[in-house]
Design a protein around this ligand. Sequence first.
Ligand code: 2P0
Length: 353
Amino acid sequence: AEQGQWVLMATARSPTNIAVIKYWGKRDEALILPINESISITLDPEHLSATTTVAVSPSFDRDRMWLNGKEISLDGGRFQSCLREIRRRAEDVEDEKKGIHIRKEDWERLNVHIASYNNFPTAAGLASSAAGFACLAFSLAKLMNVKEDCGELSAIARRGSGSACRSLFGGFVKWTMGNAADGSDSIAVQLASETHWDDLVVIIAVVSSRQKETSSTSGMRESVETSSLLHYRAKEVVPSRILQMENAISCRDFATFAKLTCADSNQFHAVCLDTSPPIFYMNDTSHRIINLVEKWNQFEGAPQVAYTFDAGPNAVLIAKNRKTASLLLQRLLFYFPPPSGSELTSYLLGDKS
Ligand code: 2P0
């Protein structure tokens, strides 16, 4: 590329994903390789997603990144591994109209600017790293004309954040263990597309918008070091749950899907309690939501709603269909009325001001 003022850009959007069989624990910290497989649902990008624009220009003197408009440091090893892995796979780029000719080897010395936005408040205590790193890997790959498919790109997103690899696909996704020493085969695979089981409705109940006290990365490290339940779970429980879950998804068997989802969330939080010192991600409100769902499912004689909680107190509720979802919303609003004067209350009252 000639020294000049041109700028070349690419933009992508990636949704976040919610694990129904949880990832918790690494067998390799540097490569981010999991101790067990996991399965997730990728959400609709309309609601919880990251949008990232990446740009390259000979006038950029270093790689820089902005998150929700604020510059952040790219010094962390995770950003550096993603950038390095994508640059290694970069190809020639030609844009005749703009007169841009970038040769493969030019990418090593060209710098990028990255601007990423989440369409949900970062402070809402909802995971944003999954959508963020998936989008970073995908948009950089587009910019640099990387030929790898989404599976191969998922291994790069994984180097940013483990759960990010699952956001490269829509629908139901499995993160496979892999066994290559370099981690190249620990990738995401799509189990079923977003149209396969579109009766399901996901409702996220924001219990607390405070930032969590223990980050997932350090929490899972402490669990790997101190929880014997984690090792039992990874070896004796998860492998058969993965098979049962794949089957439940393929048959759209909601009863089995819900039982496995709730059981796996509860076991993940039991592992957190089994960690020394114990990690508490759920709070009283989370426990009350579990009770509400359990009682409801028991009363109906068959599961109607599944719950799952990540590294925080917010509930992710999966309703069997739209009718159940609207009942669920009514019940949540009855038992957990939003404080008067809150945004949600004004919205529900149709307050236009
Ligand atoms: C999951 N979580 O499967 C589990 C369930 C939280 C609870 O993946 O260290 O942010 O970046 O690989 O991916 C959160 O962990 O951790 C997570 P790193 P990540 O979704």
